[in-house]
Write a protein that binds this ligand. Structure first.
Ligand SMILES: [Zn+2]
Length: 438
């Protein structure tokens, strides 16, 4: 690692999210290349690194970049297209037919729109699954975010991406070759869900993940309907079914995890796989309430995700941490459930576990320089009694004044720094034409 400090960021406060959850007052963060060199008191670091470029953020808090551990970024094109419906109706009648008309250009456009939103509202890394995902790989490469990306598949062929399952296999092998050793992007093999795939496909997908050195992810146990369907077809609950297919591995991540039995939670914990909670999507589609507290108590690493913008309708992790905490409180009728620190952990350290990336999620020497800052001067951020409370319960994303990924500034003081947002807005007219045509 480079030991010369390139940039020194100072601010009134810094939330490390390290093991001890240390918070530093009058803080500084030193960046060397794509890594954090150190964090500490501003006065000390200014003496240590007098030559470094200085960025003084003033009355602000620096914290680890938020990690959106489950989304479908191209679905921002469908934001507000179909609301107020249950998952199966919404998917089969509205979303799947519209998606059948997608092109790689539209996928890339939707991906760039979601990435702009994530950058603007404090996300630095995300785990995505969609169709024609090579367009998302290109968009993530250009937009500068860190990402785990997966070409999703179902058993219904021909699909947009392949004539048959062997075409899908060829496609993900090609992605593995094209994107290997990328500093910010990693591939995952991501079959859609137990109810849209066959056991053979799922088994082969898990083998493909091992063969190509990719991660493995899937929607799992999202609704009671899925459980009933799995029991009817395979005679097993979804988690048990996936466990017997060998899908539950330490590099696997399962999205939603709503309809779970005690045995299911025990099975997930034993396998050391990770999970992702999606409170807004689960509420909006009325899927149910994930037993988040029980999952965490069982020791399952849990991240937090927005899910796609068609079922949220935002890609804003500061909204999501707020909802995650409040949903657990009202569901358990216990105001101490999912406190602010737990909610922030989900979006930082938990997200790192869900992306299987040990170099993100906290601000410590040697970690990737992925961080954001929130402006504390805004009316809704005053007065300041408890910093973690302010971040989780008061912020809404408008206060994000800096977003840095891999040591590179992507957003600062209201400006996107590596792409033209107005040009992107112009391109979005295509999305309206696509909806009208179908
Ligand atoms: Zn999803």
């Amino acid at each position: 690692m480079n030991s010369t400090c390139d940039s020194l960021y100072t601010a009134d406060w810094l939330i490390t999210q390290n093991e001890g959850r240390d918070i530093i007052h009058e803080a500084a963060l030193a960046v060397a290349g794509d890594r954090i060199l150190c964090v500490g008191h501003a006065e000390v670091l200014k003496i240590l690194y007098p030559e470094a470029r200085r960025v003084d953020l003033g009355e602000a808090v620096i914290l680890p970049g938020l990690i959106n551990a489950h989304t479908h970024v191209p679905m921002s094109l469908l934001r507000g297209y179909s609301d107020d419906k249950a998952l199966q109706d919404w998917l089969q009648k509205d979303i799947f037919p519209q998606e059948a008309q997608l092109t790689p250009e539209l996928v890339e456009l939707g991906a760039r729109l979601s990435m702009a939103e994530m950058i603007r509202y404090g996300t630095t890394a995300f785990y995505d699954m969609y169709m024609l995902e090579d367009a998302v790989f290109r968009a993530a490469d250009a937009m500068g975010l860190r990402a785990v990306l997966g070409e999703s598949t179902t058993q219904f062929f021909p699909s947009l991406a392949a004539k048959d399952f062997s075409g899908y296999e060829r496609r993900v092998r090609r992605y593995a070759e094209e994107w290997k050793n990328h500093p910010r992007i990693r591939q995952a093999i991501v079959p859609h869900a137990p109810y849209t795939t066959s056991p053979d496909m799922l088994h082969t997908c898990r083998e493909l993940a091992d063969e190509t050195g990719s991660l493995f992810g899937m929607h799992l146990a999202e609704t009671e309907w899925e459980t009933e369907e799995c029991l009817r077809v395979y005679g097993k609950r979804p988690v048990e079914y996936c466990a017997q297919l060998g899908l539950l591995q330490p590099d696997s991540t399962f999205f939603h995890l709503v309809d779970l039995s005690e045995d299911d939670i025990h099975t997930l914990a034993e396998s050391r796989c990770a999970g992702v909670h999606n409170p807004a999507s689960n509420m909006k589609l009325a899927s149910g309430v994930a037993p988040l507290q029980t999952l965490l108590r069982a020791g399952i690493p849990m991240g937090l995700g927005t899910d796609g913008a068609a079922s949220n309708n935002a890609q804003n992790m500061l909204r999501e941490i707020y909802l995650a905490s409040l949903l657990q409180k009202v569901h358990s009728l216990d105001p101490s459930a999912c406190p602010a620190q737990t909610a922030l952990d989900l979006a930082t350290r938990g997200g790192a576990a869900a992306l299987h990336d040990p170099y993100i999620g906290s601000l410590e020497p040697g970690m990737k320089a992925d961080f954001i800052a929130l402006d504390l001067t805004l009316p809704h951020m005053q007065p300041l009694h408890n910093l973690i409370s302010q971040v989780v319960f008061a912020s809404n994303g408008s206060e994000v004044c800096l977003n840095v990924v891999d040591g590179i500034e992507l957003f600062r003081d209201g400006q996107f720094l590596n792409f033209d947002y107005n040009a992107l807005r112009n391109e979005l007219r295509q999305a309206q034409a696509w909806i009208r045509k179908s």
